[in-house]
Write a new protein. Structure first.
Lengths: 431, 576
């Protein structure tokens, strides 16, 4: 069996020299052994096969025909949470394609029919209902009932408020979306929604390795955005932001509109004094950078240049190809907002920004990985507690749900989990 | 191939989830740094291990060892697992990945000893030690390497060796699962110790199990090590700003300074190295080859091409020593800096201002540099040149940036040395003996000559030839400079040329009496170098035979291919 997609990456795999930096924080920012490991699957399963380096070697073995595409391989490959830290870590020392190798290996196994059964069901749900849980499509716009938001494309608005499916169908999460809508309306923003016509952004298909289903959904969404004639999309969920802003272009799908996360727009509105955070909040909080709002939302520019060789074996590119360090994600707006709230005590964790620790909730939900996935979240909660926080604030519905689930499972150091929108809403003191 | 019953036996020893024998996992453990050097077909793959096991305790390792004494299998332990010396030498080898053993057992502040398990990385320990005003020697591959490995089992050369010595000297105690399965404790782990057993002074068992290069997992498993610590009189931690790949310190650290010293020739740099050691004012030092300096000045290979093409670095930065000065107090620090300045002056060198120089400046001085063979010789003769240089104003931001770079290399081991090889995709090393500081430069010159034909044919990177990297040890009593080169991992011709260079240089070191190189370990290398070095290879064979009569440990990196290895695996490995 030949795998041309993997074959094309063999040279990149060969550059891995097993330094294991894909498993830990960048050395210059290292602070404490206990909170230095980052790769969720390596922290849990520990074997090298559960790491970007190991996944790369196994991809090479598959490509060269040393091993077969089988359940043993699939069990390891689909455990990856696709948090993308390994890519950032490797790029710290050299130009690499760790995330691309991981995703290509995963996509290869999907084509071989080896994805976990739960993943296949999720894809079915996406196709039939437009959301991964298979919830009824006709209720997709219920979250905004009574808010009097414009309905696109029938009505026109500058900004599309994109709720995202986890937010739309989750009773607790939709409250955050409603609060964001109220804040925007309060600030006089011209905002509308797609209501029942809103589809999933497609991230579940992407991170589970169903490339064709992802691109099909992305194309459909791009077309509906175009039809709505909007200038900007504002997402409630960090995961949607990363998908629309970075993954769509990566797979050749262009929306042609500005994509912002709610915190980015809120920061602008606070700066312009359209929203005033007047109410003091006596909270000790820390902030968790979601992977797809943070490092994974960094746009991957299409490079059109020439690769040349000089000094015998030195390759260089003209113009220099941009390396993705993950530093251009949405990191500052949430922090700026939190720090501007009176009475709020903000403290940073050890693994932050581009080297943030994953909540464990990405990559697809399969029963066999639940323990590992929750362990990642518990580790993060422990870190939040360690720095003295009573509240773990985040800005992604997936992360929030994951932390809530993990926290309810911890007796020694549970923590209250908040969406940043809830805090802003409280501090803005509006109804 | 392990039978079902054998696998069950192993799983009963350590727990089912910690034994893996599936093919994907075994292949994930079949590639290491430069592992193509072991593959006769020039592939990256080493032998595929029979299984990979993650034990948690010495007792479990003891049981596993006894298993291999009974069965036709061998163990090969490793800690952080990086270079090919961690690889299995046989398909009958069961790898012990010691990642679960990651505890800092004790930090004895009073006696300056730390006791650690195999997977404690240098940066793990250093971060804790700084809180207690202590520090540890780390080898130059970076803070992500295992302290136990470099102390008890492999090499031990590092940038802080100037004041902290070669790591084998820092081994004060060890817990050792012997090839028989017995657990032996040697030396002392410090106050409140779990053990104390006399070993030396004079000849001791530590010499037998550690030796010069180490046993690389070929003679039992080291499960704890007591390592000597050194003083750290600066901040217990630091803060950075910026993002990957440029994390910048928020401020310079107290009692700590970094200096870039330039010398016009070999004599000047070696003299200065000895004097700096004599004055004990180099906490750490690193001879930075010109190409790496140029690389450090740039963010991508296009910039590097432009900068290196000016030819300025080849002439100006051939003999550069970066030095970290650290004082136990501000007063002592100032005295050391004063001494360093005096030594540099007396040695005919120049201390560079901490200033990033734009490419344009190099273009401007290029014609001047072309006129002279050694322009630095002329520059250093200019009256008051150091005083003039010292007057050059540097912005605080720029100074901090350069301080950070040097700090991460010289003190924190956080640059990850492999980042220095972005120019090409692979690095090889060849000669590099732990000998006198002068000898290091002899080796660097020699390897530059060996590399030259391949450079001219474009088969390896044209780094100017001399990519010798290293520094002084034991305050100048010893020195180490490693003959490095860069090649392409994806070009078969480049790999072939690299192997030929390594081969030639190994023989060349014997002909020229250049010392025992870094690659001198494992059967074929022992056979090559032993006869020229007190027949150490015979001693190693005897030790192995006596202590491991049942070949319970895979010894390809120690005494040679194991008895149990398959015939095709006994043909002999080379290593670079």
């Amino acid at each position: 069996m030949s795998y041309p997609e993997l074959k094309a990456l063999e040279g990149d795999i060969a550059t891995c020299f097993r330094c294991s930096l894909c498993k830990m924080v960048p050395l210059p920012v290292f602070k404490k052994q206990e909170f230095s490991n980052i790769c969720p699957i390596n922290s849990h399963y520990m074997f090298h096969s559960y790491s970007a380096s190991g996944l790369g070697y196994m991809a090479l073995a598959l490509s060269e025909g040393r091993i077969k595409a089988d359940k043993a391989l699939a069990d390891i490959v689909f455990s990856c949470r696709t948090c993308g830290y390994c890519d950032m870590a490797c790029n710290f020392i050299m130009e690499s394609k760790r995330n691309e190798i991981n995703m290509t290996l995963r996509e290869t196994l999907v084509r071989e029919g080896l994805a976990p059964a739960e993943y296949k069901q999720t894809i079915q749900n996406l196709k039939s209902s437009g959301n991964p849980a298979g919830s009824t499509r006709t209720r997709a716009g219920d979250w905004a009932a009574g808010l009097n938001l414009k309905k696109l494309p029938e009505q026109k608005a500058d900004i599309l408020l994109y709720a995202g499916c986890l937010t739309r169908y989750d009773k607790k999460a939709l409250l955050s979306a409603r609060k964001l809508a109220k804040l925007l309306l309060h600030a006089g923003v011209d905002v509308g929604i797609l209501g029942d016509d809103e589809n999933c952004c497609g991230l579940p298909a992407h991170w589970m390795g169903f490339k064709d289903d992802f691109t099909a959904l992305a194309e459909k969404n791009a077309s509906s955005f175009k039809e709505a004639q909007i200038k900007t999309i504002v997402t409630v969920c960090g995961a949607c932001l990363g998908t629309l802003k970075a993954k769509y272009p990566k797979y050749g799908i262009k929306t042609g509109v500005e994509v912002l996360h709610g915190t980015e727009l809120l920061e602008r509105l606070i700066k312009k004094k359209k929203i005033r955070l007047t109410k003091p909040l006596n909270l000790k909080v820390t902030y968790h950078d979601p992977c797809y709002l943070g490092r994974q939302s960094e746009p991957q520019e299409e490079w059109m240049g020439e690769e040349k060789t000089v000094f015998g074996q030195m390759k260089y590119t003209v113009p220099p190809r941009k390396i993705n360090y993950g530093t251009e994600g949405v990191f500052n707006p949430p922090r700026t907002i939190l720090k501007s709230i009176k009475g709020l005590s903000f403290r940073e964790m050890y693994r932050i920004r581009e080297y943030s620790h994953c909540c464990g909730g990405g990559g697809g939900s399969a029963q066999q990985y639940e323990k590992m996935s929750l362990e990642a979240a518990k580790d993060r909660i422990k870190e939040a507690r360690e720095v003295g926080a009573d509240y773990l604030v985040t800005s992604c519905s997936h992360c929030k749900a994951q932390f809530e689930k993990a926290s309810s499972d911890i007796s020694s150091h549970p923590i209250s989990v908040l969406d940043i929108i809830d805090i802003v809403f409280q501090a803005a003191d509006i109804d | 191939m392990l039978t079902v019953d054998e696998l069950k036996e192993l799983k009963d020893m350590v727990g089912t989830e910690w034994v893996k024998d599936d093919l994907p996992t075994r292949d994930a453990y079949s590639i290491y740094y430069n592992s193509s050097s072991l593959n006769k077909e020039d592939k990256l793959w080493t032998a595929r291990p029979a299984a990979v096991i993650m034990p948690k305790t010495p007792r479990e390792i003891s049981e596993l060892t006894k298993f291999c004494n009974r069965k036709d299998f061998m163990l090969k332990p490793f800690s952080t697992g990086w270079i090919t010396s961690c690889a299995p030498g046989s398909r009958k080898t069961i790898l012990l990945d010691l990642k679960r053993m990651d505890k800092i057992i004790d930090i004895d502040v009073k006696n300056q000893i730390a006791v650690v398990e195999p997977y404690v990385r240098a940066i793990d320990l250093q971060s804790e030690l700084w809180k207690h005003g202590l520090n540890v020697h780390a080898v130059s591959c970076g803070g992500n390497h295992s302290i136990l490995a470099s102390t008890a089992a492999a090499w031990g050369y590092g940038i802080t060796g100037a004041s902290m010595g070669y790591q084998a000297r820092n081994m004060l105690g060890v817990e050792w699962v012997m090839p028989s399965g017995e657990i032996l404790t040697l030396g002392s782990p410090g106050d409140g110790a779990e053990w104390f057993s006399t070993d030396g002074p004079g000849p001791g068992v530590r010499g037998l199990i550690r030796g010069f290069q180490g046993t690389f997992g070929g003679l039992g498993t080291f499960t704890k090590v007591g390592v000597k610590l050194y003083r750290w009189d600066s901040d217990p931690e630091y803060e950075v700003h910026g993002g990957s790949p440029k994390y910048i310190l928020n401020r310079e650290l107290p009692n700590l300074g970094v200096f870039i010293l330039m010398f016009p020739g070999k004599k000047e740099i070696t003299d200065a190295g000895y004097k700096l050691g004599e004055a004990e004012c180099n906490y750490s030092d690193f001879r930075m080859p010109a190409f790496f300096i140029a690389l450090g000045f740039t963010d991508n290979n296009l910039e590097l091409k432009q900068l290196w093409s000016t030819g300025v670095f080849q002439k100006l930065a051939r003999y550069v020593l970066t030095v970290c000065v650290h004082g136990h107090s501000q007063k002592e620090y100032q005295w050391k800096v004063k001494a360093l300045k005096q030594i540099v002056k007396e040695s005919g060198g120049l201390i560079l201002p901490m200033q990033q120089i734009p490419l344009l400046a190099f273009e401007l001085v290029k014609p001047f540099f072309k006129m002279f063979k050694n322009p630095l010789k002329i520059i250093t003769k200019i009256p008051f040149i150091q005083e003039i240089t010292d007057m050059l104003k540097t912005s605080e931001e720029m100074r901090l940036k350069l301080f950070t770079t040097a700090f991460f290399i010289l003190v924190r081991h956080a640059n990850n040395s492999q980042g220095g090889f972005r120019a090409s995709s692979g690095m090889f090393t060849s000669v590099g003996a732990f000998d006198t500081w002068d000898m290091g430069f002899e080796q660097a010159d020699y390897i530059a000559g060996v590399k030259r034909p391949a450079i001219e044919k474009g088969l390896i990177l044209d780094d100017g030839g001399d990519l010798g990297s290293g520094g002084t040890f034991d305050f100048g009593h010893l020195g180490y400079i490693e003959g490095i080169g860069e090649y392409s991992t994806n070009d078969p011709e480049s790999r072939k040329a690299t192997k030929a260079i390594v081969e030639e240089s190994l023989h060349g070191t014997i002909e020229r009496s250049l010392g025992l190189p870094i690659a001198a370990f494992g059967g074929p290398m022992n056979q090559l170098f032993g006869p020229h070095c007190y027949n150490y290879h015979e001693m190693i064979m005897k030790i192995k035979e006596k202590l491991d009569p049942n070949s319970s440990y895979d010894s390809w990196t120690y005494s040679g291919a194991s008895e149990k290895a398959f015939a095709d695996e006994k043909e002999g490995y080379t290593f670079f």
